[in-house]
Write a protein that binds this ligand. Structure first.
Ligand SMILES: [Zn+2]
Length: 130
């Protein structure tokens, strides 16, 4: 696998739950009312650091859509999908936008406790006598 160029986002962001890569900015949220097969999801104007899979037709509650699954470019986990095209006129606003599953992203702000855990495990490794 080649090296992936990762975009760092300025401001409050949502990150990949699995590897903490920035995926989208909180102020890019269009809607928090989305629902996917696995639960809640957010619709974003723009998302970064994603690999977009092949287009596929998917019948959703709001009509037929052409969508493409999106994967985190760093860890390869599926994190959501992109709306490529919508067949219903009132769903056209979604075209080109991204849905990220709430259960697969984390709020970038709630980070300090995890950082602390990271530092702690680093200091205990000193006890290792070689
Ligand atoms: Zn990831």
């Amino acid at each position: 696998m080649g090296r992936v160029f990762v975009v760092d986002l300025e401001g409050r962001s949502y990150r990949c739950k699995f590897c903490k890569t920035d995926l989208a900015l909180a102020d890019q949220i269009v809607s928090r009312q989305f629902q996917c097969r696995r639960g809640k999801a957010y619709l974003f104007h723009k998302a970064v650091n994603l690999m977009v899979g092949p287009n596929e037709e998917r019948l959703m509650l709001s009509g037929n859509h052409t969508v493409a699954d999106c994967f985190c470019c760093c860890c390869g986990q599926m994190v959501g999908w992109k709306y490529v095209a919508a067949s219903e006129t009132d769903q056209k606003y979604k075209e080109g936008k991204y849905v990220l599953e709430r259960g697969r992203i984390v709020d970038g702000v709630v980070e300090s406790s995890e950082l602390y855990v990271g530092n702690y495990s680093l200091s205990t490794s000193d006890a290792d006598d070689a």
